[in-house]
Design a protein around this ligand. Sequence first.
Ligand code: SME
Length: 321
Amino acid sequence: MRNLVQNIADDFFEILRYDKKDWYKYWKKYSEKHEPIIHNYEERLDLSQEQVKELLDELRRPLLDSLMQYWHETSRDQKLYCSKLVSHRHDLFQLQREDFSIILTGLLGLKDWVVVEGNRENVILIDLLSLYKKGIIDKVAEVTFQAVKSFRDGMYTGDYIPKQELFIRLTHEIDKILEKHNLADSMKMICELLYSNVAYYDWVGFYLVDQNKANELVLGPFVGEPTEHVRIPFGKGICGQAAATGMTFLVQDVSRETNYLSCSPKVKAEIVVPIKLSEKIFGELDIDSHVLNPFDESDDRFLNTICEKISKKMRSDTEWK
Ligand code: SME
């Protein structure tokens, strides 16, 4: 497989070997070495050479020093995590088109990510300096995921959307979906929305209680790899336990859960939230993640809000009465 993610930050950190007054001179060298991407980056952000000089003048050496140190300690893992998050959405991001690659490096700290034309393909540049200044340098992979998603949506530059903000935006989207579509279509669209926007939601699906055979769940709309667990009795696996207790079931590490039905060895964590109709279990929302320990209270709250909204829609929809 081609090298989807490259790390050229060392070429940027080379600037630290120069006297501050020569930083612009070095920037030009860096630009030449990576022709045409740095030049196209300046164009994309509409920067004059005067502005580039000013930005380099304002840059503090200790800040770059500490970024370099941090990056040397973590770059291997962060780059791997980046490749993983993007390649696990192979279909969604249409990786087979091979029309983009990702470069992690230092730039001028203005935007978290910028897409430019490279020699052969589009290049999604992730600016480590911008992330470091905002205190989100540990989010390189999540930023990259959002950048690829936004690029596919037709955007060329942007900033990281923090999880809380993302969940607010997605909740609004879900309100619109539920307002416009019937329940079955809404559920499918909610799966797609969550799967394509939350980097660590690697399988998103609904299980519904079988109306003819109580105490058994049947697979409903889902997005992600097909699962063999099409029917699950109450009490079995994480889904069955959530159905039996009527409570959210959160497992941060599935290898520690004995009553667990595995769908794929890639799955590391799972959360299941019940959907209730007048205190009776109607179904549940199930999320699998390929990341260990990915969920926190905000996921719990967000997913519970979605399930309450679905339940509300069911109550008001005549088709389900
Ligand atoms: N892991 C689940 C089975 C369903 S899949 O995750 C889609 C469980 O233990 O119930």
